[in-house]
Write a protein that binds this ligand. Sequence first.
Ligand code: NDP
Length: 283
Amino acid sequence: MAQLLDGRIYSEEALAEVTEKVKALKKSGVTPGLAVILAGDDPASQTYVRNKGKACEKTGIYSRTIILPADVSQAELEKTIRELNDDPKIDGILVQLPLPRGLDEKRALACILPEKDADGFHVLNAGRLMLGQSGTLPCTPKGVLRMLRLAGVELDGKKAVVVGRSNIVGKPVAMMLLNENATVTICHSHTEDLKEVTKQADVLVVAVGKPGLITGDMVKPGAAVVDVGINRINGVLSGDVDFDSVEPVAGWISPVPGGVGLMTVAMLMDNVVTLATARAGKA
Ligand code: NDP
């Protein structure tokens, strides 16, 4: 039976740490602030933004949500970001993705000052990760690594397989595993014989968006399996990993819900505090 990579426990621990750091910053006259821009009315995005607001409240971080209509122009969106770049109350800016059709995500993200890039999606922070330099790390990959570390999963010298190669999850998580000295393979929609590859993995991270993609026969006995996927079927959440067949084979497994999603929000709070600390140091 696998050990549960319990996002509830690990995220509570991370949020408690953040709360302490926020208290210390406030004592020195600095209140960390996060601004979230939500364009359009996608229900999943609304839920994520609400959860981020609640986490700010819990940790004492000042938060502001800016809601823009789905037909907002690129110029208006970028103007909003620039105003937040100049706002001394705001340490971190997050543009909730995906943006409505017609808006240019790359250009919008490039407008965020790298030192206010709460999500770590700015090209400069992505480059820093690639080069092994310190910078803001993207929240979901950071949460995955934090979970593995807290559970005591060994990475050095181990075979890690990442399924999915998006810029926000797959690629950065692969790079972070590489930085931990794992031997990393990245799979994607063109991968031939996925099972052959996943079966080799001591650590398997799945970020695809296909419910039940990974089944027990695709997992090495004792492996650590991290399910990043969030799929909604008739309003019910599930991951990319078929929990029932994988759990008896794996050594560790993260559930959905109650896994990586909670870590993502906690790591966002952690990023905001780190950005605020850096800015306070500069002031
Ligand atoms: P993307 O759609 O951007 O990327 C999906 C990746 O999966 C692509 O690289 C794609 O390959 C690959 N893929 C698709 N089909 C297969 C297949 N059959 N076999 C192997 N690889 C395949 O998704 P994201 O990375 O943004 O998100 C992935 C999942 O994680 C989603 O369910 C999303 O909701 C969830 N998510 C969860 C978060 C959390 O906090 N828990 C945060 C962010 C995302 P190719 O590149 O060839 O197209």
